[in-house]
Ligand binder design. Sequence first.
Ligand SMILES: Cc1cc2nc3c(=O)[nH]c(=O)nc-3n(C[C@H](O)[C@H](O)[C@H](O)COP(=O)(O)O)c2cc1C
Length: 208
Amino acid sequence: MSSIPPTQGVLAGARSRRADFPVAVQFIDRWSPRAFTDEAMTEADVLGVLEAARWAPSASNAQPWRFCYALRGDAHWGGYLGVLNDTNQRWAKRAAALVVVLSSRYIVAPSGEASVSRTHSFDAGCAWGFMALQAHLSGWAAHAMAGFDAERLRALLGVPLAFNIEAVVALGRQGTVDLLPMALQPRELPSQRRPLADSVSAGRFSGA
Ligand SMILES: Cc1cc2nc3c(=O)[nH]c(=O)nc-3n(C[C@H](O)[C@H](O)[C@H](O)COP(=O)(O)O)c2cc1C
């Protein structure tokens, strides 16, 4: 009997999702694979993805997002990878780039006066969404992670406490399932979503 998994050589995910209502295909075709080829990304590739994030809307146009990145093999790569939890490290080590998404907890007026932002994470989340869609449209894959040691990352990057560390995003070219450790291979599928009706109520809140 062959020990080769049936998925070997296969790019997971093509068109396994259906929308309840018609939407542009990028919204359902984008997903977060863990298998990456060894293709490198250039600085311009990463900046091209972050350019989309730059155009996200934000409260008062405060643009609270900030980004730091490392390219696989550069001087910062080992540090970035090392703060991820063990499971994330097992697949993210093959990514071409790791991007840290941060947000400013304060809005600074032109006068220099700082006020606490209520929306910095919401705004940075939108920027991540734009980034993920641009990556997808450019043929890259983006996979966000909350599984990392935020305090170690803060110290490593010298991030002041006025900034929240939101997520680390792995970027790269999607690879075939067999590039993953066996334990991660069964998870290499686009996830589904609960029905839209379970998230939406007309008028008063009725969700659980
Ligand atoms: C903020 C955030 C944190 C996440 N953290 C992790 C993580 O630590 N490890 C991981 O493998 N996936 C992580 N994910 C990926 C989610 O599990 C994934 O986006 C979700 O299951 C939906 O699947 P899709 O992105 O393929 O549509 C994270 C996603 C987001 C947006």
